[in-house]
Design a protein around this ligand. Sequence first.
Ligand SMILES: [Zn+2]
Length: 311
Amino acid sequence: MVMTVKGFVDKKDMGKTLVHEHILVDFSPAEEQIKIDDNLRNEIVEIMLPYLMEIKNLGYSTFFECTPKYVGRDVKVLKILSEKTGLNVITNTGFYGAGEDKHVPKKYWNLSSEDFAKMWIEEWEKGIEDGIKPGFIKTAVNPGPLNEIDKKLIRASAFTHLETGLTVACHTGEERCALEVARIFEEEKVDLSALIIVHADAIENFEVHLELLEKGAFLEYDSIGARPMEYHLNLMEKVIKEGFIDRILISHDAGWFTVGKSKEEQNIRPYTDISYKFIPKLEEKGISEEIVEKLLVNNPSEAFDIRVRKR
Ligand SMILES: [Zn+2]
Protein backbone atom coordinates (compact mmCIF):
# COMPACT_ATOMS: atom_id res chain seq x y z
CA MET A 1 0.00 0.00 0.00
CA VAL A 2 0.94 3.65 -0.35
CA MET A 3 -0.46 6.56 1.67
CA THR A 4 -1.76 9.55 -0.29
CA VAL A 5 -3.13 12.85 1.05
CA LYS A 6 -6.57 11.24 0.59
CA GLY A 7 -5.72 7.96 2.31
CA PHE A 8 -4.43 4.50 1.41
CA VAL A 9 -4.11 3.40 -2.21
CA ASP A 10 -3.18 -0.12 -3.32
CA LYS A 11 0.32 0.01 -4.77
CA LYS A 12 -0.99 -1.80 -7.85
CA ASP A 13 -3.19 1.23 -8.56
CA MET A 14 -0.37 3.80 -8.51
CA GLY A 15 0.05 3.75 -12.29
CA LYS A 16 2.47 6.13 -13.96
CA THR A 17 4.31 7.97 -11.20
CA LEU A 18 6.62 10.94 -10.71
CA VAL A 19 8.65 10.23 -7.57
CA HIS A 20 10.33 13.58 -6.90
CA GLU A 21 8.67 16.90 -7.70
CA HIS A 22 7.64 20.04 -5.82
CA ILE A 23 4.43 22.07 -5.79
CA LEU A 24 5.61 24.75 -3.38
CA VAL A 25 8.89 25.61 -1.66
CA ASP A 26 9.84 28.20 0.95
CA PHE A 27 13.61 28.66 1.15
CA SER A 28 13.53 30.83 4.29
CA PRO A 29 15.03 29.35 7.47
CA ALA A 30 12.74 27.27 9.68
CA GLU A 31 12.09 30.17 12.07
CA GLU A 32 11.09 32.51 9.22
CA GLN A 33 8.76 30.28 7.19
CA ILE A 34 5.96 32.34 5.67
CA LYS A 35 2.51 31.47 6.97
CA ILE A 36 0.27 30.15 4.19
CA ASP A 37 -3.21 31.61 4.62
CA ASP A 38 -6.25 30.80 2.48
CA ASN A 39 -5.53 33.66 0.01
CA LEU A 40 -1.99 32.48 -0.65
CA ARG A 41 -3.22 28.88 -0.78
CA ASN A 42 -5.74 29.80 -3.49
CA GLU A 43 -3.03 31.61 -5.46
CA ILE A 44 -0.73 28.56 -5.29
CA VAL A 45 -3.55 26.27 -6.40
CA GLU A 46 -4.47 28.55 -9.32
CA ILE A 47 -0.87 28.79 -10.55
CA MET A 48 0.10 25.12 -10.11
CA LEU A 49 -3.12 23.48 -11.31
CA PRO A 50 -2.34 23.71 -15.07
CA TYR A 51 1.07 22.03 -14.55
CA LEU A 52 -0.57 19.13 -12.73
CA MET A 53 -3.39 18.86 -15.28
CA GLU A 54 -0.72 18.62 -17.97
CA ILE A 55 0.80 15.49 -16.43
CA LYS A 56 -2.61 14.06 -15.65
CA ASN A 57 -3.35 14.38 -19.37
CA LEU A 58 -0.03 12.67 -20.14
CA GLY A 59 -1.32 9.61 -18.29
CA TYR A 60 0.28 10.04 -14.87
CA SER A 61 -1.75 8.96 -11.82
CA THR A 62 0.63 9.51 -8.91
CA PHE A 63 2.78 12.44 -7.81
CA PHE A 64 5.24 12.54 -4.89
CA GLU A 65 5.61 16.02 -3.43
CA CYS A 66 9.04 16.11 -1.82
CA THR A 67 8.89 19.40 0.11
CA PRO A 68 9.49 18.71 3.82
CA LYS A 69 8.18 20.59 6.84
CA TYR A 70 10.03 23.92 7.33
CA VAL A 71 10.79 24.02 3.58
CA GLY A 72 7.23 25.08 2.81
CA ARG A 73 5.25 21.85 3.14
CA ASP A 74 1.53 22.64 3.08
CA VAL A 75 -0.61 19.54 3.01
CA LYS A 76 -3.85 21.49 2.45
CA VAL A 77 -2.57 22.80 -0.90
CA LEU A 78 -1.68 19.23 -1.87
CA LYS A 79 -5.09 17.90 -0.89
CA ILE A 80 -6.93 20.59 -2.87
CA LEU A 81 -4.80 19.89 -5.94
CA SER A 82 -5.28 16.16 -5.55
CA GLU A 83 -9.06 16.66 -5.45
CA LYS A 84 -9.06 19.02 -8.43
CA THR A 85 -6.86 16.81 -10.64
CA GLY A 86 -7.71 13.29 -9.50
CA LEU A 87 -3.97 12.63 -9.08
CA ASN A 88 -2.74 10.62 -6.10
CA VAL A 89 -0.54 13.13 -4.27
CA ILE A 90 1.85 11.95 -1.57
CA THR A 91 3.44 14.09 1.13
CA ASN A 92 6.18 13.33 3.63
CA THR A 93 7.39 13.53 7.19
CA GLY A 94 11.00 14.16 8.25
CA PHE A 95 13.39 17.12 8.38
CA TYR A 96 15.69 18.62 5.76
CA GLY A 97 19.28 19.05 6.97
CA ALA A 98 20.86 20.31 3.72
CA GLY A 99 21.47 24.08 3.56
CA GLU A 100 23.55 23.95 6.76
CA ASP A 101 20.54 22.71 8.75
CA LYS A 102 18.76 26.08 8.47
CA HIS A 103 15.48 24.19 7.77
CA VAL A 104 15.75 22.38 11.11
CA PRO A 105 14.51 24.72 13.87
CA LYS A 106 17.47 25.71 16.08
CA LYS A 107 15.45 24.77 19.17
CA TYR A 108 15.60 21.17 17.94
CA TRP A 109 19.34 20.99 17.22
CA ASN A 110 20.15 19.31 20.54
CA LEU A 111 17.38 16.73 20.35
CA SER A 112 18.25 13.04 20.10
CA SER A 113 17.48 10.78 17.15
CA GLU A 114 14.75 9.21 19.28
CA ASP A 115 13.17 12.66 19.83
CA PHE A 116 13.15 13.41 16.09
CA ALA A 117 11.74 9.97 15.30
CA LYS A 118 8.98 10.48 17.88
CA MET A 119 7.76 13.65 16.11
CA TRP A 120 7.72 11.93 12.73
CA ILE A 121 6.04 8.75 13.99
CA GLU A 122 3.38 10.97 15.55
CA GLU A 123 2.67 12.55 12.14
CA TRP A 124 2.18 9.05 10.75
CA GLU A 125 -0.05 7.91 13.59
CA LYS A 126 -2.13 11.05 14.16
CA GLY A 127 -1.85 12.82 10.82
CA ILE A 128 -0.15 16.11 9.94
CA GLU A 129 -3.26 18.28 9.61
CA ASP A 130 -6.91 17.46 8.85
CA GLY A 131 -6.06 13.76 9.13
CA ILE A 132 -3.63 13.95 6.19
CA LYS A 133 -0.82 11.44 6.66
CA PRO A 134 2.69 11.24 5.19
CA GLY A 135 3.46 8.51 2.64
CA PHE A 136 7.24 8.53 3.04
CA ILE A 137 10.08 10.05 5.05
CA LYS A 138 12.10 12.82 3.38
CA THR A 139 15.41 13.86 4.84
CA ALA A 140 18.41 15.74 3.48
CA VAL A 141 22.04 15.95 4.47
CA ASN A 142 24.88 18.34 3.73
CA PRO A 143 27.87 17.03 1.75
CA GLY A 144 29.88 14.54 3.84
CA PRO A 145 31.37 13.82 6.25
CA LEU A 146 28.02 14.16 8.01
CA ASN A 147 27.70 16.71 10.80
CA GLU A 148 26.15 15.74 14.15
CA ILE A 149 22.65 17.02 13.32
CA ASP A 150 22.57 15.21 9.97
CA LYS A 151 23.71 11.97 11.59
CA LYS A 152 20.86 12.26 14.10
CA LEU A 153 18.33 12.96 11.33
CA ILE A 154 19.45 9.87 9.41
CA ARG A 155 19.35 7.62 12.46
CA ALA A 156 15.90 9.06 13.25
CA SER A 157 14.72 8.25 9.73
CA ALA A 158 15.93 4.65 10.18
CA PHE A 159 14.06 4.42 13.53
CA THR A 160 10.92 5.89 11.95
CA HIS A 161 11.10 3.38 9.12
CA LEU A 162 11.33 0.45 11.55
CA GLU A 163 8.31 1.76 13.43
CA THR A 164 6.09 2.76 10.46
CA GLY A 165 7.33 0.94 7.33
CA LEU A 166 7.58 4.27 5.50
CA THR A 167 10.37 4.44 2.90
CA VAL A 168 13.14 6.99 3.43
CA ALA A 169 14.11 9.32 0.57
CA CYS A 170 17.34 11.08 1.50
CA HIS A 171 18.68 14.08 -0.43
CA THR A 172 22.42 13.53 -0.95
CA GLY A 173 24.27 14.84 -4.01
CA GLU A 174 27.80 13.52 -3.59
CA GLU A 175 29.36 10.21 -2.71
CA ARG A 176 30.68 10.67 0.83
CA CYS A 177 27.36 11.62 2.40
CA ALA A 178 25.45 9.02 0.35
CA LEU A 179 27.75 6.23 1.52
CA GLU A 180 27.60 7.42 5.12
CA VAL A 181 23.79 7.48 5.04
CA ALA A 182 23.81 3.89 3.73
CA ARG A 183 26.26 2.90 6.48
CA ILE A 184 24.00 4.30 9.22
CA PHE A 185 21.08 2.29 7.82
CA GLU A 186 23.22 -0.84 7.93
CA GLU A 187 24.20 -0.10 11.54
CA GLU A 188 20.54 0.27 12.46
CA LYS A 189 19.75 -3.04 10.72
CA VAL A 190 17.44 -1.50 8.15
CA ASP A 191 17.42 -3.26 4.78
CA LEU A 192 18.65 -0.79 2.18
CA SER A 193 15.63 -1.40 -0.03
CA ALA A 194 13.93 1.04 2.39
CA LEU A 195 16.36 3.79 1.32
CA ILE A 196 16.22 6.00 -1.77
CA ILE A 197 19.39 7.94 -2.54
CA VAL A 198 17.91 11.21 -3.84
CA HIS A 199 19.99 13.12 -6.43
CA ALA A 200 22.13 10.03 -7.06
CA ASP A 201 22.66 11.34 -10.60
CA ALA A 202 24.85 14.06 -9.05
CA ILE A 203 27.29 11.41 -7.76
CA GLU A 204 30.12 11.61 -10.27
CA ASN A 205 31.78 8.25 -9.66
CA PHE A 206 29.70 5.46 -11.25
CA GLU A 207 31.50 2.90 -9.07
CA VAL A 208 29.70 4.46 -6.09
CA HIS A 209 26.35 4.02 -7.86
CA LEU A 210 27.18 0.33 -8.20
CA GLU A 211 28.29 0.06 -4.59
CA LEU A 212 24.97 1.54 -3.38
CA LEU A 213 22.96 -0.63 -5.78
CA GLU A 214 24.79 -3.77 -4.66
CA LYS A 215 23.87 -2.90 -1.06
CA GLY A 216 20.22 -2.83 -2.22
CA ALA A 217 19.38 0.90 -2.14
CA PHE A 218 17.22 2.60 -4.75
CA LEU A 219 18.96 5.33 -6.75
CA GLU A 220 16.96 8.34 -7.83
CA TYR A 221 18.05 10.03 -11.06
CA ASP A 222 15.84 13.02 -10.52
CA SER A 223 17.30 15.88 -12.53
CA ILE A 224 15.90 14.75 -15.88
CA GLY A 225 15.67 17.85 -18.08
CA ALA A 226 17.99 19.91 -15.90
CA ARG A 227 21.03 18.27 -17.53
CA PRO A 228 21.67 17.37 -21.17
CA MET A 229 19.52 14.31 -22.10
CA GLU A 230 22.68 12.45 -23.14
CA TYR A 231 23.87 12.49 -19.52
CA HIS A 232 20.86 10.51 -18.28
CA LEU A 233 20.70 8.26 -21.35
CA ASN A 234 24.27 7.28 -20.72
CA LEU A 235 23.55 6.53 -17.03
CA MET A 236 20.52 4.48 -18.05
CA GLU A 237 22.54 2.37 -20.50
CA LYS A 238 25.14 1.70 -17.80
CA VAL A 239 22.64 0.56 -15.15
CA ILE A 240 20.82 -1.64 -17.66
CA LYS A 241 24.13 -3.25 -18.62
CA GLU A 242 24.95 -3.88 -14.94
CA GLY A 243 21.52 -5.43 -14.32
CA PHE A 244 20.18 -2.85 -11.84
CA ILE A 245 17.32 -1.24 -13.74
CA ASP A 246 14.84 -2.53 -11.11
CA ARG A 247 16.44 -0.22 -8.54
CA ILE A 248 16.29 3.04 -10.55
CA LEU A 249 13.76 5.84 -10.08
CA ILE A 250 13.50 8.85 -12.40
CA SER A 251 11.94 12.29 -11.96
CA HIS A 252 12.48 15.99 -12.72
CA ASP A 253 12.76 17.66 -9.28
CA ALA A 254 10.75 20.36 -11.04
CA GLY A 255 8.00 22.85 -10.27
CA TRP A 256 7.35 24.94 -8.07
CA PHE A 257 5.64 27.96 -6.56
CA THR A 258 8.27 29.84 -4.52
CA VAL A 259 6.61 31.17 -1.37
CA GLY A 260 7.57 34.82 -0.81
CA LYS A 261 7.66 35.68 -4.53
CA SER A 262 4.83 37.41 -6.36
CA LYS A 263 2.79 35.75 -9.11
CA GLU A 264 4.84 37.57 -11.76
CA GLU A 265 8.19 36.53 -10.27
CA GLN A 266 7.43 32.79 -10.34
CA ASN A 267 9.68 30.74 -12.60
CA ILE A 268 8.13 27.27 -12.83
CA ARG A 269 9.64 24.28 -14.61
CA PRO A 270 6.93 21.92 -15.94
CA TYR A 271 6.94 18.20 -15.09
CA THR A 272 7.07 17.08 -18.71
CA ASP A 273 10.63 16.49 -19.98
CA ILE A 274 10.40 12.75 -19.24
CA SER A 275 7.34 12.41 -21.48
CA TYR A 276 8.32 14.84 -24.22
CA LYS A 277 12.09 14.37 -24.41
CA PHE A 278 13.47 11.47 -22.35
CA ILE A 279 11.17 8.59 -23.32
CA PRO A 280 11.42 9.33 -27.07
CA LYS A 281 15.23 9.27 -26.69
CA LEU A 282 15.09 5.95 -24.80
CA GLU A 283 12.98 4.55 -27.64
CA GLU A 284 15.48 5.84 -30.23
CA LYS A 285 18.20 3.96 -28.34
CA GLY A 286 16.13 0.79 -28.61
CA ILE A 287 15.38 0.63 -24.86
CA SER A 288 12.23 -1.46 -24.50
CA GLU A 289 8.78 -0.35 -23.44
CA GLU A 290 9.07 -2.84 -20.61
CA ILE A 291 11.99 -0.89 -19.13
CA VAL A 292 10.13 2.42 -19.46
CA GLU A 293 7.20 0.78 -17.63
CA LYS A 294 9.56 -0.31 -14.85
CA LEU A 295 10.95 3.20 -14.44
CA LEU A 296 7.55 4.89 -14.26
CA VAL A 297 5.26 2.25 -12.74
CA ASN A 298 6.81 -0.85 -11.16
CA ASN A 299 9.90 0.62 -9.51
CA PRO A 300 8.05 3.48 -7.75
CA SER A 301 5.37 1.11 -6.42
CA GLU A 302 8.06 -1.26 -5.13
CA ALA A 303 10.16 1.54 -3.59
CA PHE A 304 7.32 3.31 -1.77
CA ASP A 305 5.33 0.27 -0.64
CA ILE A 306 4.76 0.74 3.08
CA ARG A 307 6.31 -2.19 4.93
CA VAL A 308 9.10 -2.65 7.43
CA ARG A 309 12.32 -3.83 5.81
CA LYS A 310 14.69 -5.19 8.43
CA ARG A 311 18.08 -6.66 7.76
ZN1 LIG B 1 13.70 18.21 -4.63
